[in-house]
Design a protein around this ligand. Structure first.
Ligand SMILES: Cc1ncc(COP(=O)(O)O)c(C=O)c1O
Length: 311
């Protein structure tokens, strides 16, 4: 997103398949005055380059970042804002974890397992922050689980390496779990969480064994979403439903073993903007896509090669 706060003129580059699959999210932004462009687009040099290399591509967050950076750096008064991945976004979202911890402390509840969906890692990083602090200081122990889509498995199948944060390779390198900045996730995946990499902070915590990761397939995610909606009366966003799926799995494990555990998970958004995906699920038109090792290798091949960069 490139946004000028002076005149509230806001340009949003939205991943093309999200632009098409999530029209209600798009229209909310337009209602508040943003102009929304499906990415990759013909409106930027980097967008045209990506389209020439990948004709008909459905885009990725990496492509949208490159386009937004180009517009922000070439347009007077514009600033670039990324809503995930970066440390300041995790810090911003730490309000979720701080509030959750205060509420639980107030009632004398300590979570055993803390679960969040992970796209770029911001909601999960925010949710776990106060709890992870305690774990790192040796004051308490918690099990942390990041949940990602099987179609974009940056933690569970990616490599820990310095890589570009965007497809156009204009942003600085970051050390993170990555599928390669050229990895374009399947347009088939309706549940978001499509970033090729993962927050550097979360990547390091995962690498050092402080956090686990699971990948889940989207039909099982929507089954969990539907079950949650029927039991709780809350219609969850597909992204949040990745966390719900694993929370249900963990609760079912407790049921089998007879163990009592408190599970905290992040419910990051409403599903009312995603009814087209729910419709697809209800009509049995939703399928799962898991990239093959060969698919992933194409992305890994694009990771910068220099001494010490593990690929
Ligand atoms: C509702 C919702 N939850 C979670 C996410 C995941 O993002 P992050 O991993 O940065 O928290 C997204 C990303 O678009 C989202 O739309």
């Amino acid at each position: 997103m490139a946004c000028s706060y002076l005149d509230l003129d806001c340009k949003v580059y939205m991943v093309k398949c999200s632009y098409e699959q999530k029209p209600f999210r798009r229209e909310v932004m337009r209602t508040y005055g943003a102009s929304v462009t499906p990415s990759p687009s013909e409106t930027t040099e980097v967008g045209r380059k990506i389209l020439a290399e990948h004709p008909g591509t459905s885009g990725s967050l990496g492509c949208a970042i490159s386009e937004a950076v180009e517009v922000a750096t070439h347009t007077e008064g514009y600033r670039y804002v990324l809503g995930s991945v970066l440390n300041q976004v995790l810090l911003h979202q730490s309000i979720i974890g701080v509030e959750a911890k205060i509420a639980m402390d107030k009632y004398g509840i300590k979570p055993d397992i803390i679960i969040g969906c992970a796209g770029g890692g911001s909601n999960l990083g925010g949710l776990i922050s106060p709890f992870m602090g305690e774990k790192l200081r040796g004051e308490a122990d918690y099990q942390f689980i990041a949940v990602e889509p099987a179609s974009c498995p940056s933690l569970t199948r990616g490599v820990f390496a310095y890589d570009f944060c965007d497809t156009g390779m204009v942003c600085p390198l970051a050390k993170m779990y990555t599928l390669g900045s050229g990895f374009i996730p399947s347009a088939n995946h309706a549940g978001g969480l499509r970033y090729h990499g993962m927050s550097s902070t979360l990547s390091q915590l995962y690498h050092d064994g402080y956090m686990e990761a699971r990948s889940v397939e989207q039909t099982s995610v929507f089954e969990a979403a539907e079950q949650f909606a029927r039991v709780e009366g809350i219609l969850p966003a597909p992204e949040s439903s990745h966390a719900i799926k694993v929370a249900i799995d963990e609760a079912m494990k407790c049921k089998e073993t007879g163990e009592e555990k408190t599970i905290l998970f992040g419910l990051t958004g409403t599903g009312y903007f995603d009814m087209l995906a729910y419709e697809k699920f209800h009509n049995n038109e939703m399928t799962d896509y898991i990239p093959t090792d060969e698919d992933l290798q194409t992305g890994f091949d694009g990771i910068p090669k220099f001494e010490g960069n593990m690929v």
